[in-house]
Write a protein of this length. Structure first.
Ligand code: ACO
Length: 703
């Protein structure tokens, strides 16, 4: 991407407002007024066919009439005129075309949107929007929008898909005291999308943290790729996470892959911190924009009140960073700065008698100690202490500790004085919140960020298989038959081509063949109907297990065939699968979907009732690295069952993780072919004894 071109959108040196209006209250008037009010230092050129002057500025009938070059155009003419002014702007050499106007793809007129994008492409002009509020930058004193004012200055920048929410957030930056440098309304994303904005903001010297409000987008892989490479923290609030596409799903995995889970997995892989709601987006943005990431696991809490200490302790457990006691030497030193009845454990309770000095001394010592990875300082307003004094004590202790690579967060619980003290802390670079829970929650964000960054730096393994052609031949054969689902035997052959450990399975067309193949596989065997018209084999009486000899095999062949005919008289029956009977193991499910945003995506969970009832599954966008596969195994609720519970030997996690990686490689390599797939059940044996895919299903993409 040519960054200079995007400068034309986000920090242009001159702006034409096309559709500038003489009438106060109109968007075209407000944008000109906002540029003036924000003290924009570049040139402003109002464009209007009939007016001669707006707010003291000379007006030009068209952009072509402007005597100088123009870097950006903010467009506030009705939709039907936008293409025409795009053409004129392109000719004029405009780099950034900011389309506030609504009435495009959001209301069924994608064609009009596409037309503008095509014009932009012809002239090397990038399009922001349409259907946006505009773009705002404190660093450039530029309010090129119809939002009322520039946000509270700060180090974060926000990209929002919702315009109305951006306006609301703009105002609340002041009440919440979370500062932003840029606010970018991204709207329909006809051209510039989240990935483009992230890439640009990552290079922007005025931005230290990138916040996103996301409703949904198409180019998920580009988003992951750009975010993984970003060197600044990215935090995202994703709305609209109710199940999407689930109703049409043909596989187990398809029905379980809701937007919340897939976006959540993608954010993790992209190293993007998630926010749970708007409050959380602001709170986490504040911490990520002011503090370094938290590497390590040890949070030390320093408090003057037991109650807030316990609340923070509970929060630490809830956010998965449970507190540990500090080593004895740390406790001994801390004891020197508190009364006899204080506690040097964790939380460190310096008691209600604590004044500025005790806060200062404990913080200065503890923050610099190598055991401490992060500090959370809590304060309950008391009659004997002045909150602003305490705040100054905290800040000077942090500074004097000389520590720059560990985070600190603060919570003051009290009234106006505490509120003022927290404002001062934030202005001085220390995130401060009214609730202890929040001071811990943001620490979890800083810790997650550090972890995800480390993972995002991991190389992604190559994914092609030498046996790709073999898999394609099987798939093409099914397509020639007019099928969009592979049979179990075919699906297993495809799995095997990618190194997945499937049970030995052969197709018998006659009773004699069944007996011969059963001998070849070795008794006991399982026999299953193979028919594209019978997906639920057991329901059709199409499965017989533990067949021990030739006689039983012969009988099973006839019974299964008979049952299948009864179940569906006109079913197309390929034959009966003769399959090795795998010994019992822990049942898990692996599967894949082709997510509309992120493409091939893997699922893992415990099988049987766990998947049916509890939906205890987890996702990752393919390809899945070995670290990510190991995480998948440990993040489901049933993880202890895999790890070995109540005296049971641990399962073969290594081989299971390898299988997930190979499976993810397969769905990526065959992403043009496979729509959904399941390996269910997969049996997992004791450590060192591997795994076996017992049943397999592949649904093909419609071509
Ligand atoms: N070149 C220059 N100026 C032109 C041209 C042209 N080719 N054609 C018209 N104009 C002028 C008009 O003369 C008018 O100026 P005037 O008031 O001095 O006469 C001005 O452009 C605006 O045109 P109008 O026809 O008056 O249009 P209006 O201002 O009513 O609406 C607007 C235009 C605001 C772009 C409207 O079509 C629209 O899309 N509104 C929604 C915008 C929005 O909300 N976007 C963000 C969505 S996100 C959220 O929800 C907050």
């Amino acid at each position: 991407m040519d960054k200079n071109v995007l400068n034309g959108l986000f920090r242009p040196k001159s702006i034409a407002v096309i559709g500038a209006s003489t009438q106060p209250g109109k968007i075209g008037y407000t944008v000109v007024e906002n540029l003036i009010k924000s003290k924009y230092e570049g040139k402003i050129y109002p464009i209007n066919p009939t007016a001669s002057e707006i707010l003291g500025l000379k007006v030009y009938p068209t952009i072509s009439d402007v005597p100088d070059s123009v870097e950006a155009a903010v467009v506030t003419v009705p939709a039907k005129f936008v293409a025409q002014v795009a053409e004129e702007s392109g000719k004029k050499g405009v780099k950034g075309f900011i389309v506030i106007t609504s009435g495009f793809s959001e209301s069924g007129r994608r064609d009009m949107e596409d037309e503008i994008v095509q014009i932009g492409k012809r002239y090397g002009m990038r399009i922001l929007g349409p259907n946006i509020v505009g773009t705002l930058s404190n660093a450039d004193k530029m309010n090129a929008s119809f939002a009322p004012f520039l946000p509270l200055p700060g180090k974060a920048s926000l990209v929002s898909q919702s315009g109305a929410l951006l306006i609301a957030m703009d105002a609340s930056t002041y009440t919440r005291r979370v500062g932003f440098d840029k606010l970018v309304s991204i709207g329909n994303m006809s051209d510039v999308n989240f990935a483009d904005a992230i890439e640009w903001l990552n290079e922007d010297p005025s931005t230290s943290c990138i916040s996103l409000y996301i409703e949904g987008f198409k180019d998920g892989r580009q988003f992951i790729e750009v975010s993984r490479k970003a060197t600044k923290p990215i935090i995202a609030l994703k709305s609209g996470v109710s199940a999407h596409g689930a109703a049409a799903a043909a596989s187990h995995t398809g029905s379980l892959a809701g937007a919340a889970k897939v976006y959540g997995a993608a954010f993790q892989q992209a190293g993007v911190v998630q926010a749970s709601d708007l409050d959380n987006l602001f709170d986490r943005t504040l911490a990520l924009s002011l503090q370094p990431p938290m590497t390590g696991e040890n949070i030390l809490i320093i408090t003057n009140g037991g109650g807030v200490g316990v609340l923070a302790t509970d929060a630490a457990e809830r956010y998965n960073i449970p507190l540990k006691f500090a080593p004895a030497e740390v406790q001994e030193e801390l004891k020197k700065h508190m009364p006899e009845f204080g506690s040097a454990k964790n939380p460190v309770d310096i008691t209600g008698m604590a004044g500025t000095e005790w806060y200062h001394d404990t913080i200065k010592y503890a923050f610099a100690h190598p055991w401490v990875d992060a500090l959370v300082v809590l304060y309950c307003e008391t009659a004997m202490t002045d909150p602003s004094e305490i705040a100054r004590g905290i800040k000077s202790a942090v500074d004097e500790s000389g520590v720059k690579d560990k985070p600190v967060s603060v919570s003051f619980v009290g009234g106006d004085k505490s509120d003022k003290a927290m404002k001062w802390l934030v202005e001085n670079g220390i995130p401060a919140y009214g609730a202890p829970d929040v001071a811990v929650n943001v620490m979890a964000a800083l810790r997650d960020y550090a972890r995800m960054r480390a993972e995002a730096a991991e190389p992604i393994e190559p994914c092609a298989s030498e046996n790709r052609q073999l898999a394609l031949d099987i798939i093409n054969r099914a397509r020639t038959d007019g099928r969009d689902a592979l049979t179990e035997v075919e699906a297993k052959e495809v799995f095997a081509a990618y190194g997945l450990p499937v049970t030995k399975t052969h197709l018998a067309k006659t009773e004699a063949e069944a007996i011969q193949l059963a001998n070849q596989v070795g008794y006991p065997v399982v026999m299953k109907i193979v028919s594209p018209d019978i997906l639920h084999k057991s329901d059709a009486g199409g499965v017989k297990v533990n067949i021990k000899d030739d006689k039983a095999a012969g009988e099973a062949f006839s019974t299964i065939m008979e049952n299948a005919r009864k179940y569906k008289a006109d079913a197309n029956i390929h034959g009966i699968a003769i399959q090795e009977m795998a010994p019992w193991g822990t049942e898990v499910i692996l599967g894949s979907v082709n997510d509309p945003t992120f493409g091939p995506t893997m699922m893992f969970g415990l099988g049987g009732i766990f998947v049916e009832v509890l939906k205890d599954v987890t996702f990752r966008v393919a390809p899945v690295t070995s670290t990510q596969a190991a995480q998948m195994l440990s993040e489901i609720r049933g993880a202890p069952i895999i790890a070995g519970v109540r005296g049971e030997a641990p399962r073969d996690r290594k081989e299971l993780a390898n299988t997930i990686c190979r499976y993810s490689n397969m769905i990526l390599d065959l992403s043009d072919e496979i729509s959904e797939s399941d390996a269910n059940p997969v049996l997992v044996y004791e450590e060192g004894k591997g795994v076996k895919v017992v049943d397999a299903r592949i649904i093909l993409k419609k071509k």
